[in-house]
Design a protein around this ligand. Structure first.
Ligand SMILES: *Cc1c(COP(=O)(O)O)cnc(C)c1O
Length: 401
């Protein structure tokens, strides 16, 4: 079997990412005398038992044991295990067919009719939609709060408030929330905190270490990293783990071994991609900020971004997604600008190896968006930065021409 990798020194991110989820019992068969680097694709619906007594016995604790396909196979467990290992303080990770499914499952597990939810106003639009449609129909009330509210969130708490949902930075407008201040208030009231950590991942923001109870990610973004698979995750502390696991089983959520293998492959190179894409994005954001035809640049590492001080205090780096506005622009001008780009694709999602540009119109209810209607969001990929800048430069010229 593979030699054990002992040693007292705490490992860095990259050493962890290389070996994450690689348990000998998932990657090898003792009868074959070796371990494959990656867990094989274990596809299953039916699991066969030796006899009825065996079947009965296995029904007792079915987690991380072959039981029925919906409960997963070693390929899926390896991904969950790897994600848990990235968050110090996590008891486990649940996987979902999309990020939105993960958000919906977390909220459904924690909220009942009559409960109240505090949702950040800069949340991902489908997160808002879930609250405004599904939760409302169930008699669960959502209040939206200013992303910059900090400790003043205490004033919005009601006796029936059960969950505070955060997203830092907001994925369209990039306000960075003061997560430690919000967590401190929530803990004082026994309220659960959830963070949509898709932008930073635990490599740039260790959510559970910062006191968050449930760290959610759209794995479709940076973890997959190659724009070819969808998945979502919830990484959960020990107190909430049994409840969330049970509710996820009740909802029948499951992911395929094939998709889990793609996510695990992406995870191995997460740090190098984030580092490289983050560096490119910051260079481009600075180049944009220096232009006269650009209004605001919303990049957490730039001082003009709301919550920049919290970014500097709490995050270890920036990923490759940010936004800016065209000065004196409107929707038509913005469309002309985006259409003139040749290296940037026009499309949803982000975090892949290819650069993308989309028009963004932030939905708001607590604090109005005052940035005008020419907000453009860029996801910077792995192309040469000089080429991306030349492409943007050409689009500015075409817009004026
Ligand atoms: C894309 C996204 C999601 C949803 O993830 P899917 O995998 O597309 O369902 C959630 N939160 C944020 C911030 C996102 O950008």
């Amino acid at each position: 079997m593979a030699k054990s990798q002992g040693g007292a020194r705490a490992r860095g991110h990259n050493s962890k990412l290389v070996a994450a989820g690689r348990r000998p019992e998932w990657t090898g068969d003792p009868r074959l005398g070796g371990g494959i680097v990656n867990p094989p694709l274990w596809r299953a619906s039916t699991i066969l038992y030796d006899n009825v007594a065996d079947l009965d016995a296995r029904g007792q604790d079915t987690h991380d044991k072959l039981y029925y396909g919906r409960r997963g196979t070693p390929t899926v467990w390896a991904l969950a295990d790897a994600l848990t290992g990235m968050e110090d303080g996590a008891a486990g990770t649940l996987l979902f067919p999309s990020g939105v499914a993960a958000i919906a499952a977390a909220l459904l597990a924690l909220l009942s009719p009559g409960d109240h939810l505090l949702m950040v106003d800069s949340a991902y639009e489908p997160t808002r939609s879930f609250c405004d449609n599904f939760l409302r129909r169930m008699g669960i009330e959502t209040s939206y709060y200013d992303p910059m509210i900090g400790a003043d969130i205490a004033m919005l708490i009601q006796p029936n408030t059960k969950v505070i949902f955060t997203e830092a930075p907001g994925s369209l407008t990039f306000e960075v929330q003061d997560i430690p201040a919000i967590v401190a208030v929530a803990k004082g009231h026994g309220i659960v905190t959830i963070l949509d950590n898709s932008w930073a991942s635990p490599l740039l923001f260790p959510a559970l270490v910062k006191g968050i109870d449930i760290s959610m990610m759209s794995l479709s973004k940076y973890i997959g990293g190659h724009s070819d698979a969808m998945m979502g995750s919830l990484t959960i502390n020990a107190a909430l783990w049994p409840k969330l696991r049970q509710n996820t089983y009740l909802l029948g959520q499951a992911v395929s071994a094939d998709d889990a293998a793609l996510m695990l492959r992406g995870l191995r190179t997460l740090d190098v991609r984030l580092e490289r894409q983050g560096r490119g994005a910051l260079a481009i954001a600075k180049w944009l900020a220096a232009r006269d035809d650009v209004g605001m640049v919303r990049h957490p590492a730039l001082s003009e971004c709301p919550g920049h001080e919290f970014f500097m205090r709490d995050f270890t780096g920036a990923s490759g997604l940010f936004a800016f506005t065209l000065k004196n622009g409107g929707k038509a001008k913005r469309a002309g600008f985006i259409d003139a780009l040749t290296l940037f694709g026009i499309g949803f999602s982000w975090g892949g190896f290819e650069s993308l540009a989309v028009p963004a119109d932030p939905p708001r209810s607590a604090v109005p968006w005052t940035g005008g209607d020419a907000l453009v969001r860029l996801s910077i990929g792995l192309e040469d930065v000089e080429d991306l800048i030349a492409d943007l430069s050409g689009a500015f010229a075409a817009m004026e021409g």
